[in-house]
Design a protein around this ligand. Structure first.
Ligand SMILES: Nc1ncnc2c1ncn2[C@@H]1O[C@H](COP(=O)(O)OP(=O)(O)OP(=O)(O)O)[C@@H](O)[C@H]1O
Ligand SMILES: [Mg+2]
Length: 294
């Protein structure tokens, strides 16, 4: 068996050349995209995808052309949340056309390529033990191809729903050259706050992009009947955290079960329940992002 020690140079793959060429393709693709905003969090399950699809719907509702790149290979959810599934995906000579979800939002996600949406992604390999060894590498390559090969066309906003955690970002960094900024999502619990500092450092130092701000999701429960707000966690920490890290605090989005229900039914909560506190908070967030990029 050959080991890496037996490989001379790049083994004839011209790896550097391939990556440079891919980065060039990204530049071309992104030439028609005005603003690219990444939604990130050092933690899973805090509402990144929910915020992404609602922000996209809010922007599209204002007449903007919007796309979402679901960069979460293992936990892809954007196609389902936007109703973009069920499209026949195919790569042409010039690239891949994204699918279309509610509000005309263009979507690219690994889910669109699976026979059955929601199937776990299992990479082909002689054994699953082997697959484990190179899974990270193949995931990164898939993501790089999504970013470089999708034909977005003219877009006002491209939202990137990043995978939870910060470990995959280094693989994407050279492919996100024109990121306008990142929105960091957290929930107001101490353990989540701990990872926020890491996310902020990743965004500023690794991605070298400005942090648009910190959003506090699921901050409180609003009673549907009386409208009274009940805090779910002790409040005030996230705003303080934003101050400590000198990033803007973009406000809080209360817990509203209709956000989850809308996503499950491929509907946009933010445009269907405009008068609710959660939708107002989401619309306000969209506005803050708009102000930031302009
Ligand atoms: N403000 C909210 N009110 C009610 N439910 C919410 C809210 N935000 C998110 N949720 C629900 O919480 C769950 C997790 O949200 P979501 O999938 O958006 O998180 P995520 O950060 O993208 O997760 P992952 O890290 O797994 O990608 C979902 O069921 C979603 O519907
Ligand atoms: Mg998600």
């Amino acid at each position: 068996m050959k080991t890496y020690k037996d490989i001379v140079g790049d083994g004839g793959s011209d790896m550097v050349g391939q990556i440079t060429e891919q980065a060039g393709r990204v530049q071309q693709r992104m030439a028609t995209v005005k603003h690219i905003v990444a939604i990130m969090s050092g933690k899973g399950g805090v509402g990144k995808s929910s915020l992404t699809v609602n922000l996209a719907a809010a922007m599209a509702d204002r007449g903007m052309q919007v796309g979402i790149l679901d960069a979460d290979i293992n936990g892809a959810s954007v196609a389902r949340m936007t109703g973009a599934g069920g499209h026949q995906m195919a790569g042409g000579e010039t690239g891949i056309k994204p699918a279309t979800g509610h509000h005309g939002v263009k979507v690219m996600s690994i889910d669109l390529w699976l026979d059955e949406a929601g199937s776990p992604v299992v990479w082909d390999a002689p054994t699953q033990k082997d697959a484990f060894t190179w899974r990270g590498m193949v995931e990164a390559a898939t993501l790089r191809e999504f970013i470089s090969d999708t034909e977005w066309g003219e877009l006002d906003y491209l939202f990137i729903d990043l995978p939870p955690g910060t470990d995959k970002l280094p693989n994407m960094v050279d492919l996100l050259p024109q990121l306008s900024g990142t929105v960091i999502v957290t929930i107001p619990s101490a353990v989540s706050q701990f990872v926020v500092g890491k996310s902020i450092r990743m965004a500023t130092e690794l991605l070298q992009t400005p942090v648009i701000g910190l959003v506090e999701n699921m901050s409180a429960y609003v009673c549907e009947k009386c409208g009274k707000e009940e805090a779910l966690f002790p409040s005030g920490h996230v705003a303080k955290l934003a101050e400590t890290h000198q990033v803007p605090y973009l406000g809080k989005i209360p817990f509203d079960p209709r956000i989850a229900m809308a996503a499950d039914n491929a509907r946009a909560f933010v445009t269907e329940h405009k008068e609710t506190p959660a939708a107002k908070a989401l619309l306000n967030l969209a506005e803050r992002i708009g102000d930031f990029v302009s």
